[in-house]
Write a protein that binds this ligand. Structure first.
Ligand code: FES
Length: 160
């Protein structure tokens, strides 16, 4: 006569059921931890297209001026080398800057920036980033709000 009997739910002791449930919970936590770690290690893939705004014709931006765009948070400037774009988002906590005389001022906590993007005062401790510019097929200036460039990069256009 064999001592082993088939295990049925009714034959499990309360202790065995608790051990089984505990093991299942532990296994679930382990699987979720591994999934979370893998998600952390893989770079996020952005499905959103870059935020590109049409700023206007190159002639809309005179030399020596810094023009605030109505279409998005950026300024367009022109110097002897061409056009450039500065972000109008404060590097402190992200408020939108406005022209204030010969400076750019943040209405939230008072940071001030020069028209070349350098931070002059206030809690913001970084200069404004320069943004990528492009001419579209219609010859209009486009600003890519999601792509920064070196401060020396210029879009070469016909001089006025
Ligand atoms: S968000 Fe501009 S100074 Fe704080």
């Amino acid at each position: 006569m064999s001592n082993s009997q088939p295990v049925t739910p009714s034959s499990l002791s309360r202790r065995e059921v608790l051990i089984a449930l505990g093991s299942l919970g532990l296994l679930t936590a382990l699987v979720n931890g591994v999934r979370g770690s893998l998600r952390f290690l893989t770079p996020p893939v952005s499905q959103t297209p870059p935020r590109i705004i049409v700023a206007g014709a190159p002639a809309d931006f005179p030399s020596g001026e810094l023009t605030a765009l109505a279409a998005g948070p950026a300024f367009i400037g022109r110097d002897g080398a061409g056009l450039f774009a500065l972000s109008a988002i404060c590097t402190h906590l992200g408020c939108t800057l406005a022209r204030s005389g010969e400076e750019l001022a943040c209405p939230c906590h008072g940071s001030r920036f020069a028209t070349d993007g350098n931070n002059l005062a206030g809690p913001a401790s970084h200069p404004l980033p320069y943004l990528a510019l492009n001419l579209n097929d219609d010859g209009l200036v486009e600003v890519n709000l999601d792509q920064t460039v070196e401060s020396t990069v210029r879009l070469k256009v016909k001089s006025l």
